[in-house]
Design a protein around this ligand. Structure first.
Ligand code: HEM
Length: 130
């Protein structure tokens, strides 16, 4: 039998990488190069990947019996996931000036980097602990 935990962890990490790639594929043409958004696939696929990222993350936390209210790095990571999603929605859907949307897109990428740093170091300080 394939052990569940390594499989879940590998799926979670693959979802994280694909999620970042799709975010860049969506954001760079529309916000940086001012070209039209790529086709429908690149608008729908991020929702699928992000749902899988969330589901595998919850499954990992459940498997390890980690409670985000008791484990600071997981609590901070979850909060930052919400911030990352909110910044992404604002960057792509806001009808404001392009430079503001670019700032939101860049902030979302920084938050993503912090989430990965928190996951790898298991410290709520994330990038600050490196
Ligand atoms: C943008 C969203 C996310 C990213 C980029 C991300 C990234 C990662 C990465 C790269 C790892 C592997 C760390 C390592 O093995 O060194 C990891 C592990 C993990 N993640 Fe996430 N994650 C995200 C969302 C979530 C969510 C929403 C949850 C929980 C609800 C979660 C829970 C976990 C857990 C429990 C581990 C395993 C830690 C361990 O092995 O001790 N993640 N994450």
């Amino acid at each position: 039998m394939v052990p569940l935990f390594p499989l879940l962890l590998a799926s979670h990490v693959v979802c994280a990488v694909v999620s970042l790639l799709l975010f860049l594929i969506r954001g760079i043409p529309s916000l940086v190069l001012e070209r039209p958004l790529p086709g429908r696939f690149f608008r729908v696929a991020p929702h699928v990947t992000d749902t899988l990222l969330l589901a595998t993350g919850i499954a990992l936390a459940w498997t390890l019996s980690l409670d985000p209210l008791q484990v600071p790095w997981l609590g901070v990571k979850l909060l930052l996931v919400v911030v990352y999603i909110a910044l992404g929605i604002l960057a792509f859907r806001l009808h404001g000036p392009r430079r503001w949307r670019l700032v939101l897109f860049t902030l979302a990428l920084l938050v993503f980097a912090d989430i990965v740093a928190i996951a790898v170091t298991r410290s709520p300080l994330g990038l600050g602990s490196l």
